[in-house]
Structures are given as structure tokens and as C-alpha cells.
Design a protein around this ligand. Structure first.
Ligand SMILES: NC(=O)c1ccc[n+]([C@@H]2O[C@H](COP(=O)([O-])OP(=O)(O)OC[C@H]3O[C@@H](n4cnc5c(N)ncnc54)[C@H](O)[C@@H]3O)[C@@H](O)[C@H]2O)c1
Ligand SMILES: [Zn+2]
Length: 351
């Protein structure tokens, strides 16, 4: 068992990483909450695969368990799903002293986490992430929420989980495209803070998640502790995401996955840094070779107008200032500030 503390002063908790931990979820959860009734929330893809294992373990540990699966996919990360969850939790007679267990990818984690943050002014929530993206990123740090028709993640709250249980075994059933998307985030962590992640991905035949998950989670935990509310250091996690979000939005969220957009976004940020004379081509060439090895794109077709409109719609475009993250060497990263026009001009220079 690998344990990574998220040492927040008020709401600290542990991330527990272990193959097979799903079957020990009951005792793990009993140790971090006074609740003895649990709402086990999952989606239509993950629920049928893993919910019974978690339910059985919870029941063995003395919990009364109710389960609900909502239809899988980002399209269901909505207030309609949220209200359905409120309805079923209330119909089960849940109270503030009961707990929510979120079992799934980032969509389940964000939606169920937000239900837990808001119903009865806050219930205990335990995150059991099953996608690579959720296992290295979204399950940790307490950001919860759903999308609105006007934009992604517009409705939300900070609500730290009581624990995060990570079972690498779940990745055996994750579709390859989702694995690749998660690996784009893993590369990002390597660039931000830990070159050994890059070395491993470059050298290994197959990714060793026993090494990669704790390595990424330690970085995430550190950034969350330094900056729980995401106004400073935590924004480094946005490396590749300013342009990446732009590519995703410009493609109507259907042309590519988030991870694919981030992969191209990281390469394009490195190209911008090259054009500004901040770095030579070596780092970009290294990242391009690694992304290609992992089956990720290093380029997105996107016109200036489409990107400009998409950047304008991004909620992170507070006022007109953009905050793209610069990485000048593995482990050397900072948050920059520039106008949307400046960023677009730099971007255009590198196309
Ligand atoms: N809260 C945060 O800090 C944070 C950070 C990053 C991303 N996010 C959010 O996370 C979401 C993306 O998360 P995601 O990439 O996990 O998407 P997702 O939850 O839609 O999962 C992707 C697909 O894989 C399926 N799946 C998940 N685990 C599986 C498994 N073990 N076996 C088989 N299928 C499995 C899901 O059912 C889904 O169809 C976005 O909504 C994003 O906004 C949140
Ligand atoms: Zn991301």
C-alpha cells in the first residue's frame, strides 16, 4: 500500500494506492467517516464493472449501501443528473451524517462530489477514481462541479474528499483512448515537476502504474496543499491546457479528447517558448517523440479565428488576461500572464 498524505490544515486526508483496494474499500472508508450509510454513485459503464465489489466490501464493514448509476459521459455532467441524484438520495432517506462514495472517472467524481458538497450543506465524500485521468488528477483536490449550457464546470464548489482510494487494477478495463488521454496528463506532471516520470515513459515497454500513480499524485497533493483554492501554484497543472482547452472548444468537444488537446497544447506552448528565445528545440523534440510513442497527437489543425473565439469562451480567461504555463526544463515551470491577443500572436508565429 502506498499512502500519500494531502496535508491540508483543516481538511487533510490520505490517498491510498493499492492493487485490489476496491475489495478493501469498506474498512478504508469506515476508518475515515462516522457514516454507516453510503450512497454509491457510479456511471453506466463503471457501475456494472466495479460497484458490486465496492458494495460488498462496504456491507462487510457494516454499511447500509444504496447504489445509483447515471449514464456515462461528459454530456451527463449536468444539473439534470445532479437533481436526479438529489432525488434518489432523498428518496433513500439519506441525511447529512451519511456518505457519498464516487466510483468512476472524472465525470462521476465531479458530479457526485458536487452532490455531496451541496446536499444538506455537505456530506462526507470518498473518491474511488477508475480512469487514469481521475486517478492522477481529478479525484484529488476537492474541485467538484457540473457543466452548464454556457460552459464547462461553471457550477461548482471546493469540497475535499475524506479519502481517495486508487486501484490500478481498474485500468485493465479502461479503453485505450482514455488511457492515452490520461498519459498526456502524466507527461504534464513529468514536465512540471519530476523528470523520472519522463525517463520511465521513454524507457518502459509498458507504463508501470505502481510507479507512475504515486509519482503524479505526490505532485498533485503538494500543489493542492500549497494552493487549495487554485489562485497560485496549483495553476501550474494547467500546462498545455490554455491552448488545449481552446482546441477542445474549437472542435466542439467532439473532434478530439481532452488528453489529445492537452498533448498538442503542451507542444505548442514549447514552440511559443522557442519562438520567444526562452528555450532551444531539445525539450520540444523530446516531448514530441514521447507523445508519439504514447500514441498522442503533437499537432491540432485549428484556425486563428476558431481558436480566438474558443479562448474567449474559456472561463479561465478572467477579464482579458490569459495565464499560460511555461515549462523551460523538466521541473522548471511558472505561470505567465498576457492578453489573449498576445498569446494568439505568439501562437500564430509558430504555425
Ligand atoms: N475536479 C478536478 O480537479 C478535475 C481535474 C481534471 C478533470 N476533471 C474533469 O474530469 C472529467 C474527465 O474525466 P475522465 O477523463 O475520467 O472522463 P469520464 O469520467 O467520462 O471517463 C471516461 C470514460 O471511461 C469510462 N471509464 C472510467 N473508468 C473506467 C474503467 N476502469 N473501465 C472502463 N471504463 C471506464 C467512463 O465510464 C467514461 O465512459 C471532465 O469532466 C473534467 O472536467 C476534473
Ligand atoms: Zn487536463
Amino acid at each position: 500500500m502506498t499512502t500519500i498524505p494531502v496535508a491540508l490544515t483543516a481538511n487533510g486526508y490520505q490517498i491510498r494506492v493499492e492493487r485490489g483496494i476496491l475489495s478493501q474499500a469498506g474498512e478504508e472508508i469506515a476508518a475515515v467517516t462516522k457514516a454507516r450509510r453510503a450512497a454509491l454513485i457510479s456511471d453506466s459503464q463503471v457501475g456494472p464493472l466495479y460497484a458490486s465489489k465496492v458494495k460488498e466490501s462496504l456491507e462487510k464493514a457494516g454499511f447500509t449501501v444504496h447504489t445509483v448509476n447515471f449514464p456515462a459521459g461528459e454530456a451527463n455532467k449536468t444539473d439534470a443528473t445532479l437533481h436526479m441524484l438529489y432525488d434518489v438520495l432523498l428518496s433513500w432517506g439519506m441525511t447529512r451524517g451519511d456518505a457519498v462514495v464516487a466510483l468512476g472517472g472524472g465525470v462521476v467524481g465531479d458530479t457526485a462530489g458536487y452532490a455531496a458538497a451541496t446536499l444538506f450543506r455537505g456530506m462526507d465524500c470518498i473518491q474511488i477514481p477508475t480512469s487514469l485521468m481521475a486517478q492522477v488528477d481529478s479525484s484529488v483536490g476537492g474541485k467538484t462541479g457540473v457543466d452548464l449550457p454556457q460552459g464547462k464546470n461553471l457550477l461548482g464548489a471546493f469540497h475535499q474528499p475524506r479519502a481517495v482510494l486508487v486501484d490500478p487494477e481498474c485500468l485493465d478495463t479502461l479503453p485505450q483512448r482514455e488511457i492515452r488521454g490520461g498519459l498526456a496528463e502524466v507527461v504534464k506532471y513529468g514536465l512540471l515537476s519530476d523528470e523520472s516520470i519522463l525517463d520511465h515513459l521513454e524507457q518502459a515497454q509498458q507504463p508501470d502504474y505502481g510507479f507512475l500513480l504515486p509519482a503524479c499524485l505526490s505532485i498533485k497533493a503538494r500543489l493542492v496543499v500549497e494552493d487549495e483554492r487554485d489562485t497560485g501554484e496549483r495553476r501550474l497543472l494547467n500546462f498545455g491546457h490554455t491552448l488545449g482547452h481552446g482546441y477542445e472548444a474549437a472542435g466542439g468537444y467532439t473532434a478530439c479528447t481532452h488528453g489529445e488537446a492537452v498533448a498538442a497544447g503542451m507542444v505548442d506552448m514549447l514552440k511559443i517558448e522557442e519562438a520567444q528565445g526562452l528555450i532551444g528545440p531539445e525539450l520540444r523534440l523530446r516531448v514530441e517523440a514521447l507523445l508519439e510513442k504514447l500514441g498522442l497527437p503533437t499537432h491540432m489543425d485549428c484556425g486563428r479565428e476558431a481558436l480566438s473565439a474558443a479562448l474567449g469562451r474559456d472561463k479561465k480567461n478572467q477579464g482579458k488576461a490569459m495565464h499560460p504555463v511555461y515549462v523551460t526544463a523538466p521541473g522548471k515551470a511558472y505561470v505567465a500572464s498576457m492578453s489573449r491577443e498576445e498569446l494568439l500572436a505568439l501562437w500564430e508565429k509558430t504555425r
